[in-house]
Design a binder for this molecule. Structure first.
Ligand SMILES: [Ca+2]
Length: 184
């Protein structure tokens, strides 16, 4: 028993010395670091995502992916329809999650008609559209960022991309790539 007590004290002293208790987590729990989605850039197709058919495509010379070969694409067909792409990750207790993604917009529209709503639903927070992108999003890849803030309990976070397209009055397509889920 004496040996156990000694070991426990040594561990406690080590935690104090290294600041291991400074964020209220023990050293045994998941650290709040790194990108946690298995397929952020769609190089594995729709693995890890729920996707409408033909959402994930391969780039070519005229319309390459942001990185790698594959990306997700929405609208651009000039028909009245909608597409949904979403995924859910687990956010450990005490961690902040930041979802970042890149969007490229190709358009012949001059007013807002087709759109891409990007939402984030986090346990304990009402689901919310964080971005509502349209024809004026820019023809070069642009990065967007959605933080969740921290909580004392484990949470789930669902990121969703909902595109809505209306026939007539021009065409807009939205390309999405490198949707990263980073803990901090
Ligand atoms: Ca990619």
């Amino acid at each position: 028993m004496k040996a156990f007590v000694t070991t426990a004290w040594a561990a406690a002293l080590l935690l104090l010395a290294t600041g291991g208790l400074s964020h209220g987590r023990s050293a045994a729990e998941t650290p709040c670091t790194g990108q946690i989605h298995a397929n952020p850039g769609f190089e594995l197709g729709t693995t890890g995502w729920t996707a409408s058919p033909r959402t994930v495509v391969l780039g070519d010379v005229t319309r390459p992916a942001h990185t790698g070969l594959a990306y997700a694409t929405f609208a651009g067909l000039d028909v009245t329809r909608s597409d949904l792409l979403r995924t859910t990750v687990t956010v450990p207790a005490g961690c902040d999650l930041t979802v970042r993604f890149w969007v490229r917009t190709t358009t012949t529209e001059t007013t807002r008609s087709d759109y891409l709503n990007v939402g984030l639903a986090v346990t304990g927070i009402p689901p919310k559209t964080r971005f509502s992108l349209a024809y004026d999003g820019g023809s070069q890849w642009r990065q967007y960022s959605m933080p969740t803030g921290t909580a004392t309990t484990q949470r789930t976070a669902t990121a969703s991309f909902l595109a809505s397209e209306t026939a007539g009055n021009g065409v807009t397509s939205f390309d999405v790539d490198d949707v990263t889920f980073t803990l901090s």
